[in-house]
Design a protein around this ligand. Structure first.
Ligand code: CP
Length: 334
């Protein structure tokens, strides 16, 4: 059998197709146990610490509830209530926490920080989002697709609308690994302010895809990109921790790539809509209301009609964060 005990979960690039499928199988098992009310305190006696330099609803709660369901003690730390990053280096923080805890989750800015933690902690470190990757998200997204289309997703097509960021990069990786066709639909690469995949990541994923059969592409042509899509995915146009000044340019750049009912009509008839959340599908948030007032835009990356449609699986996807994160913790700590 597979043994992931002691392994870090940082980018998914160092997990084989078989290992990713094993994590997804485990997540499905955990979901069934939870649904049936069967206790699974299989990591009783262990303790984990969750480091969040950025805010979170889903990721934090998934790690907390997942950890508690597995019988573990859970500590939440943010920069305001710890020495992390200000009075104490990441290396020293890792060496201290590694002596007290059995696993460490980190959400923050640079990927190098989570790598530093992993290199110094001596216990498994899990990436709960960095500027470059969001691997636990990608796992939940694929579980949601499996629940819709079956476990073998080879030849299925996931289309990501918007800009390259941590979520798109992790989707690129997992699609390459699992043989899922991946198309990013967004502005042309040479438009000012547009972000593209780092060359090294793109080339690595193409190498992986050559073995699994995944077709990876980028296009600014909406109809071409979304044709034959099984899943249409998007993310907010300005990410966490990025300055509000970015909104004006980002809206101008990405407004043509909003996921609308017309876009969904160009995908396969049974295509689903996915979003990592939180979403600006309406202006029913403080930031959403501010943006609406400032820029006169009431819908952002996705129309409310799509977000609320029968095709939308966004809350199932959010729930799946917990089952997949539980699988990652169990596999690496057992
Ligand atoms: N999708 C996601 O990571 O959500 P949170 O920011 O709420 O954790």
């Amino acid at each position: 059998g597979l043994n992931l005990s002691g392994k870090h979960f940082l980018t998914l690039l160092d997990f084989s197709t078989e290992e990713i499928n094993y994590l997804l199988d485990l997540a499905r098992d955990f979901k069934n146990l939870k649904r049936c009310g069967v206790p699974h305190r299989w990591l009783e006696g262990k303790n984990i610490v969750l480091l969040f330099e950025k805010t979170s609803t889903r990721t934090r709660c998934a790690f907390e509830v997942g950890g508690m369901d597995l019988g573990m003690g859970v500590t939440y730390l943010d920069p305001g209530s710890s020495q992390m990053g200000k009075k104490e280096s990441i290396e020293d923080t890792a060496r201290v926490l590694g002596r007290m805890y059995d696993g460490i989750e980190y959400r923050g800015f640079e990927q190098s920080v989570v790598e530093d933690l992993a290199n110094n902690a001596g216990v498994p470190v899990w990436n709960g989002l960095t500027a470059q990757f969001h691997p636990t998200q990608a796992l939940a997204d694929v579980l949601t697709m499996q629940e819709e289309f079956g476990q073998d997703l080879r030849g299925r097509k996931l289309v990501f609308f918007g800009q390259v960021g941590n979520t798109a990069s992790s989707l690129l990786v997992i699609c390459a690994k699992l043989g899922i066709n991946f198309t990013q639909v967004g502005p042309q690469a040479d438009v000012p302010g547009n972000r593209t995949y780092p060359t090294e990541l793109w080339e690595k994923c193409q190498e992986i895809a050559a073995k699994t059969g995944a077709i990876l592409s980028v296009t600014d042509n909406i109809a071409e990109g979304v044709a034959d899509a099984d899943a249409v995915y998007t993310d907010v146009w300005v990410g966490m921790g990025q300055p509000a000044e970015l909104w004006k340019d980002r809206i101008a750049l990405l407004a043509p790539y909003r996921v609308t009912e017309e876009v969904m009509a160009m995908a396969k008839p049974d295509a689903i809509f996915l979003h990592c959340l939180p979403s600006f599908h309406d202006t029913n948030t403080t930031i959403g209301a501010e943006i609406a007032e400032q820029f006169g835009v009431t819908e952002m990356e996705v129309e409310d009609a799509v977000f609320e449609s029968d095709a939308s699986r966004v809350f199932q996807e959010a729930e799946n964060r917990m089952h997949t994160i539980k699988a990652v913790m169990y596999a690496t700590l057992k």
